[in-house]
Ligand binder design. Structure first.
Ligand code: SAH
Length: 370
């Protein structure tokens, strides 16, 4: 052991990395009572206090210990863009230099925050701009809950965030533990107290993780389906090769039995002449009849050099009517924040790609030069 190792100060523990259970265990290990966790959570998330000296219901010695060994550290908002429809997009800088994007979507009766779970994405859905960025790493729990913390702080108490969708950059179920801990904090009465119906995780269909989620966390689930059969889904959502529709729909049926909404929301991006024919719609009806479902049609949002176009309005409406007439509740998602590239699939951040995917795409002339 050299002298540098001996004198190196251990890294401070970021208390935003713990959900309530984790924080209770942390305090018990310090010889404190578990209820210290709820006191500290309230200071952090409800009072917005990050200075341990101001946590006046903790003993002086505990405050001193926390000051020496812990921190409350959030990432930093480095850019803000406001769209004409009130949607706001923030670039959130992580301490490693990477950036992700977080989007605030105000509506008449609710305000939704779209939160990122990874820097980039390791999946390669062909119509998604985040996918083209490649992948760097999972976000920590602090970096995920930090997006809600920062957004709420920025918006102030008058503009409360009522809903969170894990639909930003990344595949949340491939960052399982950190995403679950962050969602626990979103729903915890001592933190944000959002109802489980108002926290939604969106997945491209990581089947084993959907089963695990069912056991540990009770949130609403949306599945990015995008194709009515394996042949097409294998091409545009390649994770389908590993977890084909039969397994995916089985996992959805299981989740719907116990999940807070008793149905699964399926997302389906409308790609001109790819997945939008009346025959596709009829095949989709048969597939969705096997699961309690709702369907959300998403007009494709273009990005530079994407190989697709959005389906025509007429095609989208016809598609919707076929599903609707077959008894499946179908909505067409209103595109929000389009003028600031904040719409679905347009989030790019700044990713130091470790997967080298952007290099491969550049070679094929498909990257958009981020
Ligand atoms: N990886 C997760 C979370 C991303 S959510 C998932 O796949 O569900 C983002 C949603 O927007 C997904 O349904 C995704 O498939 C969809 N999407 C991606 N690119 C899009 C684009 N260019 N236009 C419209 N929707 C898109």
């Amino acid at each position: 052991m050299n002298s540098a190792t001996v004198s190196a100060k251990p890294a401070l523990i970021n208390l935003l990395d713990f959900d309530r259970k984790g924080l209770q265990a942390f305090f018990v290990e310090l010889g404190e009572k578990p209820f210290r966790a709820t006191q500290v959570l309230k200071w952090i998330y409800q009072e917005g206090i990050s200075d341990f000296d101001e946590m006046t219901n903790l003993s002086k010695s505990l405050r001193n210990h926390l000051k020496e060994h812990c921190q409350i550290k959030v990432p930093e908002i480095v850019a803000e863009q406001l769209a004409s429809d009130g949607t706001c997009k923030w670039a959130v800088q992580m301490h490693c230099g990477n950036r992700v994007e977080t989007v605030y979507i105000p509506e008449e009766r609710r305000a939704t925050l779209c939160v990122s779970s990874q820097v980039g994405c390791a999946l390669a859905c062909t119509f998604c701009s985040t996918a083209k960025q490649g992948f760097n790493r999972n976000l920590s729990t602090a970096e995920i809950i930090g997006q809600l913390y920062l957004a709420q702080q920025r918006l102030g108490p008058e503009r409360r965030i009522t809903n969170v969708v894990m639909m930003g950059m990344g595949e949340p179920l491939l960052n399982f533990d950190n995403v679950v801990a962050a969602m626990n904090l979103m729903m915890d009465d001592f933190c944000y107290g959002l109802s489980k119906r108002r926290v939604t995780i969106s997945t491209s269909g990581i089947v084993p993780a959907m089963k695990r989620l069912n056991e540990v966390c009770d949130v609403s689930v949306a599945v990015s389906l995008h194709a009515p059969n394996d042949a097409l889904r294998d091409q545009i959502v390649p994770i389908n090769v590993k977890y084909p529709l039969k397994e995916l729909m089985e996992a959805c049926r299981e989740y719907a039995k116990t999940g807070p909404r008793k149905h699964i929301t399926f997302e389906y991006v409308m790609l001109d002449s790819i997945n939008d024919s009346p025959e596709d719609a009829r095949t989709l009806v048969k597939l969705l009849k096997t699961v309690p479902s709702k369907l959300n049609l998403i007009p494709f949002n273009p990005f530079p050099q994407s190989p697709y176009r959005c389906s025509s309005n007429a095609a989208i409406l016809k598609f919707r009517d076929i599903l609707h007439n077959a008894g499946i509740v179908t909505t067409v998602r209103k595109t929000r924040g389009e003028d600031i590239d904040a719409a679905c699939g347009q989030l790019v951040g700044q990713v130091q790609d470790k997967s080298r995917r952007h290099l491969k795409l550049q070679a094929q002339g498909l990257s958009h030069g981020q």
